[in-house]
Design a protein around this ligand. Structure first.
Ligand SMILES: *Cc1c(COP(=O)(O)O)cnc(C)c1O
Length: 223
């Protein structure tokens, strides 16, 4: 078995049913993605549009591509024809652009709203209060070519497990609140995307349904 296949198996063994793995393959060569594919993995996460485009051409058609990085509005058009899920929608402007491009291609694109809960300045996303206001405001209901499937976040990069758990719990609580107040009749609002290589076990404990794992499967990235 290849190293990638072995690592994949180890991670999958940690995931309870109902938690799906996004294999984060950014900066890794397509050969490694193929090893994961041959071992049965179908969901891959990328965070750069150009790199994603190249990999899409080289990989089998039944791969489910997730865009997990910060997405610039002017690049939405390139991925709109095929992307399965956009994880990190961090502004209303971006959501509107995804809606517009999805309409052009006759699609409804699944998205997650990214929350900014971590301490780091650099992380994008809606604060819990901004997210609450946007969803209760209801404008999104008019955007008929996007479907908000849930919430996404990245915890602070730290060894402090209690802090990571606390941040993920804030996201989990907000998900529950939004589910009740805005999506009670929408079973499709069901996804909680948090957890990376170093914290996906905590993510599972705090209700993640999608974990985004790169390094543990593919090794260190070569930038
Ligand atoms: C790169 C990346 C990951 C994967 O990180 P690892 O530590 O390699 O598992 C997960 N989520 C996002 C948004 C990323 O950019």
């Amino acid at each position: 078995m290849s190293k990638v296949a072995e690592n994949l198996k180890t991670v999958l063994a940690d995931l309870p049913s109902g938690v799906r793995l996004v294999a984060v393959s950014k900066f890794h060569p397509v050969e490694m993605l193929r090893e994961a594919y041959d071992a049965g993995q179908r969901i891959f996460g990328e965070s750069h549009v150009q790199e994603l485009q190249q990999k899409v051409e080289q990989m089998p058609k039944d791969v489910e591509w997730h865009f997990i990085g910060h997405l610039q509005t002017n690049k939405v058009k390139y991925i709109a024809p095929y992307i399965s899920l956009i994880h990190a929608v961090d502004s209303v402007k971006l959501l509107r652009e995804i809606n517009k491009q999805a309409e052009r291609y006759g699609r409804v694109i699944d998205v997650l709203l990214e929350l900014h809960i971590a301490e780091e300045e650099t992380k994008y996303g809606f604060s819990p209060e901004e997210c609450r206001q946007f969803l209760t405001g209801g404008e999104w209901k008019e955007l008929s070519h996007v479907r908000i499937r849930g919430l996404m976040m990245m915890a602070t990069y730290t060894d402090d497990q209690a802090q990571i758990r606390g941040e993920m719990q804030v996201a989990a609580n907000l998900f529950d609140e939004m589910k009740q107040t805005c999506f009670a009749d929408e079973p499709s609002f069901s996804e909680r995307s948090w957890g990376m290589s170093h914290d996906y076990r905590i993510a599972i404990e705090t209700g993640a349904t999608l974990v985004r794992v790169g390094t543990t499967i593919f090794g260190e990235r070569q930038y």
